[in-house]
Write a protein that binds this ligand. Structure first.
Ligand code: PMP
Length: 360
């Protein structure tokens, strides 16, 4: 077994070691069939069972109501930026977006290709250091849906409570799905790329309320129509078999850990260790306003860019990898998704304290 370092990568991110070990075995020979998992027909009974398990585990852990479909799609979370308005808006229809970072901005750009888009809130002028409270925006009565990003991976902000609205609520949960308990029934559509909290890149999970499947304009390409995939159980064409399998294994791991409620407590504790360190000194400055802080991505700065570069280089030397902030805001970022071990956070906090003492 290769020595592993603590990997703070924002995504693809750390996965549970036991899942990686099991996957290595299954890639060579899946369940004693003599065929590796990634060589197997997606219509084989073995793979169909894998896909069924992944879906049922997700339904169980997230308590997804029966009137929702779970889809396993390709094209990355970014393809949802256009699929959502393409399927849900027609000529002249309106939708409302909350602009809280790079990923909402990209979604807004795509949505404008399909409808009349209202941006009801933007924190762009404050370098996206916060998400809005309910009283900071209103939604046009003609809007088909309200779209927001629940966790802003780059800026390290997160909605601690979700928008209240009578509109269809849509959320990009790419970087915090499965990290905290949510009430799926409040949403019309939730989507997330797998590569942070769920598995490897290559599958995007879409959870969609059934009544929304009938809104798609007729001239929409078949592959880009949600109903195509909903009707065929995500087997209209070859699905991303390997990522679907790994997601299933991660879900089994999560269930063993005690499910979402248990991991949420662990996530609160892990993030708390880092925020306490940041709050205990003037040396480190968190990017996000306190009320908007993310439990998944913690973006922070040091007194200057030279110290930041030194911090990142020395951290890497002691096995703390992937701490460089996104190129759009610089600084440092610690991404601590579900599978990131608590010991790694403790080690980072120790390193931060020592670095501060050694580099006043
Ligand atoms: N939304 C969020 C919140 C993200 O963090 C990311 C990727 N980091 C994306 C969307 C885009 O995902 P993908 O690369 O799978 O298109």
């Amino acid at each position: 077994m290769v020595d592993r370092v603590y990997n703070f990568s924002p995504g693809p991110g750390t996965l549970p070691v036991e899942v990686l070990q099991q996957a290595s075995k299954d890639v060579l020979n899946f369940k004693e069939t003599g065929i590796g998992l990634i060589e197997m027909s997606h219509r084989s009974k073995e793979f169909m069972a894998v896909a069924d398990t992944t879906e049922s585990m997700l339904r169980e852990l997230m308590e997804i109501p029966d009137n929702y479909k779970v889809l396993f799609l390709q094209g990355g979370a970014s393809s949802q930026f256009f699929m959502i308005p393409m399927n849900l808006l027609g000529d002249g229809k309106k939708a409302t977006y909350l602009n809280t970072g790079t990923w909402s901005k990209k979604a807004i750009k795509e949505a404008r290709l399909f409808g009349d888009i209202e941006v009801a809130f933007s924190s762009e002028e404050q370098t996206f250091n916060r998400v809005p409270t309910q009283d900071e925006y209103s939604v046009d009565s003609a809007s088909e849906y309200l779209y927001f990003v629940s966790n802003n991976t780059i800026y390290g902000t997160q909605f601690s409570s979700f928008p209240e609205t009578d509109k269809v609520l849509i959320s990009d949960m790419s970087s915090d799905i499965l990290s905290r308990k949510i009430d799926v029934s409040k949403f019309g559509l939730i989507f997330a790329g797998a590569q942070k909290n769920m598995g490897p890149a290559g599958v995007t999970i879409v959870i969609i309320r059934e009544d929304l499947l009938d809104k798609t304009p007729k001239n929409t390409p078949t592959m880009l129509t949600y109903k195509t995939h909903a009707d065929k159980g995500s087997m209209f064409n070859t699905p991303p078999c390997f990522p679907i399998y790994v997601v299933g294994e991660v879900l089994k791991w999560l269930k063993k850990k005690g499910g979402i409620e248990a991991i949420e407590q662990i996530n609160i504790e892990k993030a708390g260790l880092l925020y306490d360190c940041i709050d205990g000194t003037e040396y480190y400055r968190g990017h996000a306003e306190k009320a908007s802080r993310s439990l998944m991505n913690i973006s922070f700065n040091l007194p200057n860019a030279d110290l930041e570069a030194k911090f990142i280089a020395e951290a890497t030397e002691v096995g703390l990898n992937g701490l460089k902030g996104h190129r759009s805001i610089g600084g440092c970022r610690a991404s601590i998704y579900n599978a990131f071990p608590r010991e790694g956070v403790v080690k980072l906090v120790e390193f931060m304290k020592k670095f501060e003492a050694d580099n006043p």
